[in-house]
Design a protein around this ligand. Sequence first.
Ligand code: SF4
Length: 482
Amino acid sequence: MGNFRCGPDSFLSHFVHEEMAGKPYLELEIDEHSADAGIMTRIEAFLDSIRFLRKQGAEGKTIITKELILGKTPGEVAENVLKTGKTLYLPPVNNDHVFALEAAFRANGINAKVLPETDVESLMWARKYTNNKECYPYIVITGDIVRATKQEWFDPDNSTFFMPAGNGVCRLNHYESMQRQVLHNLGLPQVELYAPTAEKALIDMGRVNLRLPIDCWTAIAASDCLFSAYRQTKPYEVIKGKTERVYEHVKKMLCETILNHGNIHNTMKLARREFDTIEVDKSIKKPRIGIIGEFYLRWHPYSNNNIFELIERLGGEVVAPSVGENMYHFNHTMMDDTKRKKKRLYWLELFLSGRWQKFHEHNIYKPFADFLEIYPEPSVQELEDLAAPYANEIIENEITISIGKARWLLETKQVCGIINLIPFTCLLGTPIAAMLKRLKEDYPDAAITTFKFDGGAEVNILTRLEAFMHQAHQYVDQQLTF
Ligand code: SF4
């Protein structure tokens, strides 16, 4: 028995279904509109089906096993991938970070490949293998995985999928076991998932190969830096398309540097020089829009209806959070956790890893330090402090950094609008949406809104975004007339 749109139930119902395979069971989903009569009818029908099956003498057969749910540890899977040369398929999150990550894996002997971009076929397969109540990112990624397994080039005996996991209240911690179940049902139990937990992904990678986390962090930090430079420049370019060309070129340079273990600092210096060749006109002020919200959705253009491009088309500039911000946050929460549990050695490992990340990132960003207009950004602790009046301090997840980031951007007047991008029914995004209403009361001169996505038509998004951008333009005009 569950509540309508209950987050955990959307995943647990799959396990119940598998566990009960062949046996009758009743699932009641109740909300404030559920009428007694409807429930009674369903219970009666359920009891009838049990009586009928008893008469038939039918027996169910449980197929789910503990091994299927738990799978192997990330370390075991990674070692296997390294030893056997299996292909490690990465989800096609975006064109901004994932190819640099692919290069980082390849530089360390892992045959990584980014899956083809998400398309309608991915969603078609996803709808077949999900109940449409899970998180939208799960639906999309699962669709990409199933679509891959249907391709001629797919070799099940030599393939592994990369699916970062999580350890919190959020449903991310169910993705991997559910996808393992999907692969099992597809008749592909040999296909593994490499699922390091996001909170300690770099440390786990280091146990497999010391160089791997260094290259992965280089890929993330450098991609974040180039992405910010790209977004900040493109709306003001004088020659249309120039920023795009430069961005594509510097991304290729970055991938080659990572792949060949080249000098990242030289590459970033060269990238800066390339950005300097782009002529910009900043005489007309454009509304800057800060993006917060769910991690996958904000980075996956297919899932968010390419909203960054739409904002720019409507005359705005996008300020997106970095991927690195989430990595710092994971590190921070794990440190708090290990401190509470008195796991001193582990705490030290996290502390040193966090320090090194910061130091390395600082060096990577150096050539762009006087170029990026929103840099450096606040630490996780600062973001948590900023979020404190809106989010309870025991909330140790993306809620605090999203709210803290929104407040910092508004407080420092770096943006005139905030958009919270979340999947429909997201366990973290929904409270953020509620807290933003309070933030709006404190910052009445800012445009603040939430966009929820579930794969629906783009027209709704566009209409709402047009209204939002109209408001944001007005705020900019007001500021200019003061
Ligand atoms: S953040 Fe939201 S959408 Fe993403 S995995 Fe967690 S509950 Fe699902």
